[in-house]
Design a protein. Structure first.
Ligand SMILES: NC(=O)C1=CN([C@@H]2O[C@H](COP(=O)(O)OP(=O)(O)OC[C@H]3O[C@@H](n4cnc5c(N)ncnc54)[C@H](OP(=O)(O)O)[C@@H]3O)[C@@H](O)[C@H]2O)C=CC1
Ligand SMILES: Nc1nc(=O)c2c([nH]1)NC[C@@H]1CN(c3ccc(C(=O)N[C@@H](CCC(=O)O)C(=O)O)cc3)C=[N+]21
Ligand SMILES: [Mg+2]
Length: 301
């Protein structure tokens, strides 16, 4: 195997330690405890695991964590009422509604209802617009985590060719916007893209966010490229336990790439660390305090 493995689990642990330090400082100097509220609708087992992890890691970083579990059949109005209450709650600085939502609840309505200052997912149109137009709003956690891993590995990204596979509002589009802000030459590929393999082969940076297990083989990758695998796909195994794989075929890709993120242990843990970072940032902004800078550099030089 040729590629360096980008250890997102370790990077995320170090980042969370730095965040925890800043949270303690805020409490000691300003009597402020950043608070994260997570809303989970329904009982999807994977979502329950994520929500539990988010709450635990928030507490480990000395933040306050509030969890709300609503039944799968909850009417949309009840979700909107809860968000209105959290919007006005001074102990809550960040609100996350776990996606996907059941069919009777319109995700766009819900996202629009969150005060943009408390939208730590960065999904609200005000924040998406700020990212697209060069303003400073909340940046979606998964793309932000990917960018941190890229900068950790590559330093300056200016002039590099980046291909983003996937164009969702939560991963692909904000990822492309962030890479453009770093002065990459950005291509967004999707299910209608022609000659997808050739597009990928031009990429110095390849970010895969399609949700198709092991779709990207090693021979789509430029030798030495940096590969960020966002995909989280559960597949069956003969022992019946199942396992997680990414959107990239790790074994063949690692023979060609210069560096690659594993699944699990790559982008996923960085997503949660960035969620905590956004909550810290939101708390500071809501109290007119300066946002701590350089946490990523402090975390891993
Ligand atoms: N690690 C983490 O923290 C996170 C991981 N994820 C994972 O990332 C993956 C993507 O998530 P998300 O963006 O929400 O997914 P979506 O389903 O919303 O979007 C998938 C995108 O991939 C494109 N696509 C699908 N099939 C193909 C194909 N055969 N060839 C080319 N493009 C294709 C779609 O194209 P089109 O638009 O044309 O339909 C779409 O733009 C999932 O595995 C998800 O679980 C998501 C969030 C966080
Ligand atoms: N409003 C909203 N915001 C989100 O950020 C959001 C969401 N909804 N819905 C679902 C997706 C998915 N997502 C993940 C976060 C962490 C891991 C993660 O920590 N993964 C571990 C493995 C976890 C396991 O073993 O299952 C890893 O990759 O190492 C994965 C996926 C956030 N999402
Ligand atoms: Mg989606």
């Amino acid at each position: 195997m040729k590629a360096e493995i980008i250890d997102g689990k370790q990077a995320a642990e170090r980042l969370r330690t730095e965040i925890g330090r800043q949270v303690v400082r805020l409490r000691e100097q300003h009597l402020l405890t950043p608070g994260l509220a997570v809303i989970l609708v329904g009982e999807d087992p994977a979502s329950q695991v994520y929500v539990r992890n988010k709450a635990r890691q928030a507490r480990e970083a000395s933040m306050a964590s509030f969890e709300y579990r609503l039944p799968y059949s909850v009417p949309q109005e009840k979700v909107l009422e809860l968000i209105a209450r959290l919007n006005d709650d001074p102990a809550v600085h960040g609100i996350l509604v776990q996606l996907p939502l059941p069919p009777q609840v319109d995700a766009d309505r819900v996202i629009n209802a969150i005060r943009s200052e408390k939208d730590i997912d960065g999904f609200h149109p005000v924040n998406a617009g700020a990212l697209a137009t060069g303003g400073d709003g909340m940046v979606p956690c998964t793309p932000l985590g990917c960018l941190m891993l890229l900068k950790h590995r590559l330093g300056d990204l200016s002039g590099l060719r980046a291909v983003v596979l996937g164009r969702s509002n939560i991963v692909g589009k904000p990822m492309a916007a962030l890479l453009l802000r770093e002065s990459c030459t950005v291509t967004i590929a999707h299910s209608k893209t022609r000659d997808l393999a050739d597009e990928c082969r031009r990429a110095d940076i390849l970010v895969a966010a399609v949700g198709r297990p092991r779709m990207v083989p090693g021979d789509w990758i430029k030798p030495g490229a940096t590969v960020i695998d966002v995909g989280i796909n559960r597949i069956d195994t003969p022992d019946g336990k199942g396992r997680l794989v990414g959107d990239v075929d790790f074994d063949s890709a690692a023979e060609v790439a210069g560096a690659i993120t594993p699944v699990p242990g790559g982008v996923g843990p960085m997503t949660i660390a960035c969620l905590l970072l956004n909550t810290l940032e939101a708390a500071c902004r809501q109290h007119g305090l300066p946002v701590p800078q350089g946490l990523m550099e402090a975390a891993w030089g």
